[in-house]
Design a binder for this molecule. Sequence first.
Ligand code: NAD
Length: 372
Amino acid sequence: TIIAVPRETRKGERRVAMVPSLAGKLVKAGVTLRIQSGAGQSAGFDDEAFSQLDGVEVESDVDRLWAEADLVFCVRRPEDKRLQEMKSGAGLVGFLAPWERDDFIRALAEKQLSAYAVERIPRISRAQSMDALSSQAAVAGYKSVLIAAEHLPRFFPMLTTAAGTIRPAKALVVGAGVAGLQAIATARRLGARVEAFDVRSAVAEQVESLGAKFVDTGVKAEAEGGYARELTQEEKDQQAAVLAKHVAQADIVITTAAIPGRAAPRIITEAMVKDMKAGAVLVDLAAETGGNCELTRSGEVHREGAVTVVGPEDVPGMLAEHASEMYARNLWNFVSPCIKDGTLSWDMDDQVYAQSVVTHAGEIHFPAEDKS
Ligand code: NAD
């Protein structure tokens, strides 16, 4: 079995789907790993780091890489033309975002490819080690606080110095899922006073265990599978009324709210930003899916009066080395149970594969109702 790892082609993508420390495990499992020359460069892994491992080949002919692969590991959906070059029956695993492109899914099926979208790996305890959404969200949550710190003209921690006493910064984290909890922990480590809120009241305890205060807006919107549902207009108004005061007092606001398969919920209004303290910073981690703040501009940093609004894109890639390492480990944990004596065979009776498969043996398994 040949597992191939191409260089990512999407603009701005710095991660790579395999790292040297995990490559050795694949080789031990009996597969040949082929990595495109330069694939790890932007994440800090040069060709040498791979080529010195027995059983790992560095391939400079990208057409050959795709044509001979039995399985391709990628971070983002590859270019369409690459599917045409693949062997019929070969596999593809990555962040395929199948809800975005019907024609891509059809092309996968026509080529009889076995394609798996890591976003759809079930969030059951057994599959936690494969959960790429969580590993990358944790990276983004951490980094969001560092981005805020860089733009804030103030300290995070309390300081008592000969030049006076500095009061600790106040941070507000909106959405306490995987990214939000990591943002809370990071802001606490830097010494800020942290408040957080979420529509899932179950997270209150987790927020408090990180030393932050849970803001209760009285709105509860927990949906199936531990996710949030969209709020009614009445609930939105209620939430906004409570939240406005907390936003106005914050030095840093980090927003991470998401609803699976939908545009990001709009939570921070223009009026709330106008009421923020001079010098305050808002980092909107939902920028790429429409933003939690009305004023966010995706991929930009801009000023609204005296407030800095940051809409970062590709945040996990800003920590490309560790993001790649965690992602590569997720992929290893996903694929290794299906490799026996160097041969790959997908176990379709297993919920992990049955749920994450997008196409297999010419059939589309991605349910139409998920294409919202
Ligand atoms: P997510 O990225 O889908 O959303 C981020 C957070 O935004 C969520 O906590 C959500 O409740 C919140 N949110 C949505 N609308 C909001 C609003 N209007 N106002 C405030 N907050 C809002 O979430 P996630 O980090 O992917 O986690 C989703 C769920 O999956 C959680 O219950 C989490 O514990 C669970 N999870 C389970 C596992 C596992 O068991 N393997 C792994 C990871 C996550």
